[in-house]
Design a protein. Structure first.
Length: 107
C-alpha cells in the first residue's frame, strides 16, 4: 500500500499490486494512480475472496491529465473529496490481458 500524508507537486505515478493508495493532496500536469492485480490473477477470478483495494484522496487532486484505475469493478473503490482536471480517465476493470478497460469514463 502507498500512503502520502502531505502535498506532492509535479508529475506523479503511483501503482500498487492489490494494495491501497491514500493521498492527501496531489498537484501536477500528469497524475496516474493505479491498483493492479498480481500477474497470475485475472478479472473475475474469485473476486469475492480477496480483500478490497481503494484509491482514497483526503483533500484534492489537481492536474491537466488525470488517470485513475482499479481492476475489479465489484470489489475495488475510488473515493475523492475533490478533483480538478482538464482531462480525466477513470478505468474500472480490464480485459483478460489487463490491457483494455472493460468500462471507462473520460471527461
Amino acid at each position: 500500500s502507498i500512503y502520502v500524508d502531505s502535498k506532492i507537486e509535479g508529475d506523479v505515478q503511483l501503482k500498487t499490486i492489490q494494495g491501497n493508495i491514500s493521498v492527501q493532496k496531489l498537484r501536477g500536469h500528469n497524475i496516474d494512480l493505479e491498483i493492479a492485480l498480481p500477474g497470475d490473477k485475472r478479472k473475475g477470478d474469485d473476486e469475492g475472496s480477496t480483500k478490497p483495494s481503494f484509491i482514497f484522496v483526503k483533500d484534492v487532486l489537481e492536474s491537466q491529465s488525470l488517470r485513475l484505475s482499479v481492476p475489479r469493478p465489484s470489489v475495488d473503490r475510488i473515493r475523492a473529496k475533490r478533483i480538478h482536471a482538464k482531462t480525466m480517465e477513470v478505468i474500472v476493470g480490464a480485459d483478460e490481458n489487463n490491457e483494455t478497460p472493460a468500462s471507462g469514463l473520460e471527461l
